[in-house]
Design a protein around this ligand. Structure first.
Ligand SMILES: C[S@@+](CC[C@H](N)C(=O)[O-])C[C@H]1O[C@@H](n2cnc3c(N)ncnc32)[C@H](O)[C@@H]1O
Length: 284
């Protein structure tokens, strides 16, 4: 093949913007501040030994590892190869042979069989995949009849941390391509009902609750913001765009105000920021 064309094709194959967004950062740096809430969420799932669990958009295993520690048989799937590697490393370090991570796209889980899992969990994961109707269909397909799907989704316009980070970040980033569906639409109950409805789930099988994830960090809020700026894909992209327009200082200031305002730690040199999300439970 002509070298120019083969290079072009390689470039095209590598260019999945959804994957690139999460691989360019290092979400493990953020996930460290989320471990306690991950543990608490898993505790609330009433897992039993040997339960087959898929953690979709699992990152480095904030929920997958605690689920495996409770005896579930866990597969973590994530689009970012660096996070899959980090998850497998952490499972090994913790001696968990019942917890494996592999690369995959929540919009198309082609290598997973129908009804393979008792429980599909996706905490701030599948919401970031494109094609939300495909995501709902795939989650339902791989869940056994009588099983459950539990999603955690940030809520658009909510005044707490992550919804506001994403809102502020998007106001500094160029508009997305036509047809792009915002991940935040997963935080709206009617959208969730419509998406699972298209996958054959009646509205009466879907329950909603507001829940909280707390970001704990052993340093001041400005230091946690620095982690987001350096390692969290959506914030990194916002700063790149803002820098081109000379607006990085404004973005930094807006985010600093947000992190300081939301910090509930009595110790000025520590951070504890609760963030509200929509918890969705689907009976399949
Ligand atoms: C905010 S992080 C949450 C990670 C993890 N669930 C946690 O709570 O720590 C979002 C995760 O979704 C993953 N992700 C984004 N798009 C995805 C897709 N299409 N399929 C699978 N995972 C995806 C990202 O790579 C990232 O690990």
């Amino acid at each position: 093949m002509n070298d120019d064309i083969s290079l072009l094709l390689q470039g095209y194959a590598a260019m999945n913007p959804n994957k690139a967004l999460w691989e360019k950062g290092d979400f493990t740096r953020i996930a460290r501040s989320m471990r306690e809430s991950g543990e608490a969420l898993v505790q609330s799932l009433r897992l039993t030994k040997g339960l087959k669990v898929l953690d979709l958009g699992c990152g480095d295993g904030t929920t997958a590892l605690p689920a495996a520690r409770l005896g579930a048989d866990v597969l973590g799937v994530d689009i970012a190869q660096n996070l899959v590697d980090a998850g497998n490393r952490r499972a090994k370090e913790h001696g968990l042979t019942n917890c494996k991570f592999q690369e995959g796209d929540a919009s198309n889980l082609h290598d997973l069989e129908d009804q393979a899992f008792d429980l599909v969990v996706s905490i701030f994961g599948a919401m970031f995949a494109p094609k939300p109707f495909d995501v709902a269909r795939e989650m339902v397909r791989v869940t056994r009849s009588g099983g459950r799907i539990v999603m955690g989704n940030w809520i658009p316009g909510h005044p707490t941390l992550v919804a506001q980070i994403l809102k502020i970040s998007s106001s500094y980033t160029p508009p997305p391509p036509e047809g792009f569906v915002s991940p935040m639409t997963w935080g709206v109950e009617n959208n969730v009902i419509e998406r699972f409805g298209m996958a054959g789930i009646p509205a009466g099988h879907i329950a909603f609750a507001q829940d909280t994830f707390t970001f704990n960090y052993p340093n001041a809020p400005s230091a946690l913001l620095q982690e987001f700026r350096a390692y969290y894909g959506p914030t990194m992209s916002a700063f790149e765009a803002a820098e081109k327009n000379g607006l990085a200082g404004d973005l930094q200031k807006e985010l600093e105000e947000l992190f300081n305002r939301e910090n509930k730690s009595p110790d000025k040199n520590a951070t504890s920021i609760p963030a509200t999300f929509l918890r969705v439970t689907v009976a399949v």
